[in-house]
Ligand binder design. Structure first.
Ligand code: UD1
Ligand code: MG
Length: 456
């Protein structure tokens, strides 16, 4: 049997009112990426080459966010008004007119379903003389308002009953509808045409496709997945629950890949975080989107990284902040309360304490002293600072950009550097030190006298 094509229809037209948000629900982020992007990414892993995303009118934000997803051809179609899940799938009809294969229907607000679960759903649908409709079921602890799956003695599926329309006995059934279904594309739309809206919500229910198929003599089946995968996000609290699930998966994958985490539950990662091997991540580290970490790196406690690269052997933190386009070279050291933005820290350079490095290069092996600030911004524009290899910047220096410190130069502590410093030059700008012998003792004596006269 040849491999059948798979198209996906992602339902995302619901209003998402319970999010109380100006942002469409499916664009709320999980681990640094819109929730719908997680789902689309899972689909690319399955070999789905085409997805139709059903959105509500005016949801241009969703269309522009998803249309350029790599590895999958995406078309957004508008469903307006929204008359139910079957009606939503009908909106994909024109887009799928020339499609021949299996159609996978998913919900944009249920992004946690795993690739292997969808694989088993599609495998069931794809068996020769297999079923025409396969529903992904699950057994939640709380069956809540889920549709219930009515199974026959031979393991087939005879109907899905929506909670509102179910009898008391049917409500006792623990096997619930996830909302995810695979249907043979050859019969999908003829079956949808048979679905009416004669139910308590007067909606066209996709779930009625089971009874429609059975009345045509077609077989329907259930494949079960884990409850965790079916979590739907309807509120901010459920968004946080989904985040927790994704974070756990990301931590597990990182540890499986050779990362040590002292206290994994306190570490936050992004879907695109890349780790080399033998990385050690201490408690409280937050990694936002666009971060790549090399091998043998230590990310010390409570550091915050986004859009940054950390090369092999570097040590970052504790309490360091790497902002976008920070590039920390091999064996470099970024210490506590140091912020680095859009800068290259070359191999072996040390920026150990209380420093801001922005729009700069810190040459190989250079040492930037405590409290050094690069003044990269004049309120209008930003300027570059170049620190040469092996240079030494004394503590509490302000480098006013644009400025260049040559290789091997030394800047005296407390200097405000506004002009270029040549290689191997010493630059000091602070006022020369004065010493007045005995002054402090005389001062204290005078002040004590003034104080006692005032009291008396
Ligand atoms: C649906 C299922 C229910 C299942 C539950 C799982 C139906 C009739 N019921 O119920 O059996 O247990 O999901 O979460 O399918 N949508 C549209 N257009 C519409 C209506 C809905 O795009 O006209 C989208 C929503 O944005 C959402 C998805 O379809 O992503 C599911 O719709 P929702 O209204 O949440 O269905 P439920 O009542 O939860
Ligand atoms: Mg729902």
């Amino acid at each position: 049997m040849g491999k059948r094509q798979i198209a996906a229809v992602v339902l995302a037209a619901g209003k998402g009112t319970r999010m109380r948000s100006g942002v469409p629900k499916v664009l709320h982020p999980l681990a640094g990426q819109p929730m719908i992007a997680h789902l689309l990414h899972t689909l690319t892993g399955l070999g789905v080459t085409r997805a139709i995303v059903v959105v509500g009118a005016g949801e241009d934000q969703v269309s522009s966010s998803v249309e350029a997803t790599p590895g999958i051809e995406i078309e957004c179609v508008v469903q307006e008004p929204q008359l139910g899940t079957a009606h939503a799938v009908q909106s994909a009809r024109a887009a799928l007119a020339d499609f021949d294969g299996d159609v996978l229907v998913l919900c944009g607000d249920a992004p946690l379903v795993r690739e292997k679960t969808l694989k088993s759903l599609l495998a069931a649908c794809n068996r020769s003389s297999g079923p025409s409709v396969v529903v992904l079921g699950f057994r939640p602890q709380d069956t809540a308002e889920y549709g219930r799956l009515l199974v026959t003695e031979d393991g087939g599926l005879s109907a899905i009953r929506e909670h509102k329309d179910a009898t008391d006995d049917e409500r006792k059934i623990g096997l619930c509808n996830s909302g995810i279904v695979a249907v043979d594309g050859a019969c999908l739309f003829t079956l949808l045409d048979q679905i009416g809206n004669d139910n308590l919500k007067n909606e066209y229910y996709l779930t009625d496709i089971v009874e429609a198929a059975r009345s045509e003599g077609l077989r329907c089946e259930v494949v079960e997945g884990e409850p965790e995968e079916m979590l739907g996000v309807n509120s901010r609290a459920q968004l946080a629950e989904a985040e927790a699930v994704i974070q756990n998966r990301l931590r597990q994958a990182a540890m499986d890949g050779g990362v040590t985490m002292t206290d994994p539950e306190t570490v936050y990662l992004s879907v695109d975080t890349v780790f080399g091997t033998d990385v050690s991540v201490e408690p409280g580290v937050f990694i936002g989107p666009g971060v790549a970490i090399g091998s043998n790196v230590v990310l010390r406690a409570y550091s915050h990284l986004e859009g940054a690269t950390v090369e092999d052997g570097a040590i970052v933190g504790p309490f360091a902040r790497l902002r976008p386009d920070a590039q920390v070279g091999v064996n470099a050291r970024i210490g506590n309360f140091v912020e680095v933005k859009k800068s290259v820290i070359e191999p072996g350079a040390k920026v150990n304490h209380l420093t801001y490095i922005g729009d700069a290069r810190v040459g190989a092996g250079a040492n930037v002293g405590a409290g050094t600030i690069i003044c990269n911004y004049d309120g209008f524009l930003k300027y570059h600072t170049d620190i040469g290899a092996g240079a030494f910047i004394g503590s509490n220096t302000a480098l006013v950009a644009p400025v260049k410190v040559g290789d091997g130069a030394i800047v005296g502590a407390g200097s405000v550097i506004t002009g270029d410093v040549e290689a191997d030059e010493l630059a000091v700008t602070r006022a020369p030190q004065k010493g007045l012998k005995g002054w402090a003792a005389r001062f204290r004596e005078r002040k004590a006298r003034e104080k006692s006269e005032k009291r008396g």
